[in-house]
Design a protein around this ligand. Sequence first.
Ligand code: ADP
Length: 176
Amino acid sequence: MKREVNGVTVECLRGDITAQADVDAVVNAANAELRTGGGVAGAIHRAAGPGLEEEARPLAPISPGEAVITGAHGLSNRHVIHALGPVYGRDHPEGELLADCYRNSLALADENGLDSVAFPAISTGVFGYPVEEAADVAIRTVIEESENLQSVRLVRFVLFGESDLGAHERILRGSA
Ligand code: ADP
């Protein structure tokens, strides 16, 4: 589903973050060292090839809530934005740190003149953030930030599972 807010299309779909060839940047649910790993980071680094880790390494470590931007290497996008989500129950305040991931990623996309950016559900995998709570933070933050964006016109949430998609769609539908 899609909604337009302040001239920005916000959409949720089921898919793989490494298969979003029509967006300028994909966001990586990164680890602090900006290395490959499991989940989203593993999939992005595998698809991008070793050049991604080589470019990212000097930018590490990053802290929860921070984001950095690199080229996309073997991926069919222009950039990868690497955001480190909070570990649920460990990094506090987790809601604020998760919102920072979305705010900082959108700011980087906008500063780089990008039109479109795709996010996975940051922190909802090995970092343990309950998906309903994370979806609420993610969608609320994107909607809040939409009025500040000059360049970004499409924000896509790419959800791996049907129930994750359902959670995001319910919140996007219900948000003012
Ligand atoms: P984190 O460490 O921030 O929790 P993960 O990569 O473990 O990040 O997972 C974040 C979310 O992304 C989880 O909901 C997971 O199911 C989902 N996910 C895993 N692989 C992909 C992929 N290739 N594309 C989109 N979403 C994915």
